[in-house]
Design a protein around this ligand. Sequence first.
Ligand code: PBG
Length: 309
Amino acid sequence: MRDMLQETRLTVQNLIYPLFVQEGAARREAVASMPGVYRLSPDLLVEEVDAACRQGILAVLLFGVPETKDEAASSAYDDQGIVQQAVRLLKARFPELVVITDVCLCEYMSHGHCGVVRDGRIDNDATLPLLAQTALSHAKAGADIVAPSDMMDGRVRAIRDKLDFNGFSGVAILSYAAKFASAFYGPFREAAGSAPVFGDRRTYQMNPANRREALQEVLADLEEGADMVMVKPAMAYLDLVREVRDSVLCPVVAYNVSGEYSLVKAAAAQGWVDERQIVLETLTGIKRAGADLIITYHAKDVASWLNGG
Ligand code: PBG
C-alpha cells in the first residue's frame, strides 16, 4: 500500500548524465575529487554512453576539456573542437540520444572566466557573440539542446537569434537561469580545468541569498526564448526549485552539482553513509521539490539501481 500511495517517483527517463570529453584516443583520466568520474577521449566516451543507454538513460550533457586555451576562447566555437567532435560521433552512433551541450567559455579561456575580460572586468556584451557562435557550432555538429551556463545577461536571446538565423530553429535552449556563485562547483573546476586564475565568478553568478532575483532571472530567460530553465545547485536551493516550478509552465531542470556528488562519495567511501540510499533519497527530494529533469553524475548508477541492479 505504501508503494501504491507513493507520490513522487524517480525515473530513469528524467535523468541527464553529465560527461567530460577530452582530445585523444583511449584516454581516461580520473577526476581525483569526483570518484567514478573521468575525462574521456571520444572513443571511450562512446563506450560510456553506450553503457548509459543500455540502462535507459535518454540524455547526456557534454563538457569539453580542450587542448588549447586563449583570451578569445577560440577552441569553444571551433567546428573541429572537442565538443563538436564528440557530438558528431554520438549522434552518428546513437541517433535517438538527446545530446545537450554546455555552452560556456570558462574551459576555453586562458583566464578561466566565463566571459571576455577587459581591464580586469567581465565584458558582458562582448561575450554574447562568442557564446552565440559556440552554440551555433554545437548545433551544426548535431546538438539537440544547447545549455548556456555563463550567466551573461542577454545570452539566451543572442543564442536564439543566431540559431534561428542559421536554420537551427529546432534546437532547444536549456538555460542555466538561476545559477548561483557556489562553492559546490569546486570539484567540477578540477574536472574541467576551469577555475578562474584571478578573482571569482560573483560578478556574473548569483548571490546565494537572493530568491526574488532567481525568479527574475528565470522570467528574463523565458522572455528571451529559453525552452527549459535550470536551478543550480540543487540541494541547497530546493526552495527555488519549488518556487520556479510553481511560477512557470516550461520544464524545470535541477543540477545536482559536483560538490553535492563529491560529499556523498567521500562519506560513502568512509562507510559513514549508505551511498545508494542517500542518492535515491536526495534525488527523490529534488524531484519532489518540483524538478522535471535532474542532471546528476550519479545517473548511470541510479539507472542501474532503478532497473533492479
Ligand atoms: C561552466 C560550468 C560550471 C558548472 C557547469 N557549467 C562551473 C562554474 O560555473 O564554475 C558546474 C557544474 C558542477 O559543479 O557540477 N560555467
